[in-house]
Design a protein around this ligand. Sequence first.
Ligand code: NAP
Length: 293
Amino acid sequence: MILVTGANGQLGRRIVQHLIAREPSLLDGRLGVSVRDAARANELASRGVIVRQADFDQPDSLAAAFAGIRRLVLVSTDGPAAQRSARHRQAIDAALAAGVSHILYTSSLDAHADSPSGFARAHQETEAALAHSGVAHTVLRNTLYADDLRQLAEPALAQGVLRLPAGTGRVSLVSRDELAQAIAAAALAPRLDKHMYELTGQTALDYADIAARIARVSGRPLSYEDVSAEAYAGSLVAQGVPGWFASALTERFVSVAAGRLAATSSDFAALVGHPPKSLDCLIHEYFAPRSPA
Ligand SMILES: NC(=O)c1ccc[n+]([C@@H]2O[C@H](COP(=O)([O-])OP(=O)(O)OC[C@H]3O[C@@H](n4cnc5c(N)ncnc54)[C@H](OP(=O)(O)O)[C@@H]3O)[C@@H](O)[C@H]2O)c1
């Protein structure tokens, strides 16, 4: 049986949907999810998915949730970095105790101890905990979600300027849904050739280039302006973003500026069978003016 954690979240829910699409017979009692609020997973339960309640902050809830699981898709949690690492360690310990034979973990590019990004360092800590545990595991390092371009660019389009502390660093964006597709493919693969997969777009572009492409597709002016990390974090806080999250988002762009999220690889295609959508295609989906119905 495969179990996906965080299945009420955006990535986790999509992983479940792609698992079902790839192998509908999983619904014969071979697909489970763990969620904090089982009522929010009623739709999955009605389709035949086994829904178990579990909270990584409550280790006692994990033994029953992970019982009888062969493959565990451990979806990284949200919240401050230190909290994430602690939660993931609890989940790994519980999986070991429950006899899970293989863990697939949704990590991130730039998962290194020397990353400027606290989120990336938390992913590195989880990867290290997995290695230390001795359990068979596969690390799926996600690139940045292309979806987030919408939240970044919509207010910027109103001003005509996208201001980020990303310098001339490049990113290789993929949509959340396609990342979920690749993770589902990995979870179902009879054999995985690699221990670590980097799920990236085919090309990496800097934000000046991305802004120019959004402008072209949307028909609205948009330029890119590099701003200091302090100015960016301050602008987020001024918009009401909690301080810890403003710092975390800023650190991520500092990593981008340092070229730490520019990797491209063919791992996505190796898992899914074809490459992910190009960034131009995604920008078109997100920003092309809608024709009147
Ligand atoms: N690559 C990127 O650009 C990028 C961007 C943003 C985030 N991320 C990472 O990817 C992860 C998944 O992304 P997403 O879009 O699915 O985020 P999301 O919708 O915010 O989902 C976060 C998930 O974390 C789970 N969670 C939080 N606290 C938990 C706990 N104590 N025990 C068990 N589960 C807990 C939530 O469970 P419930 O459903 O029960 O609430 C939820 O499913 C994020 O958490 C973050 O680590 C990556």
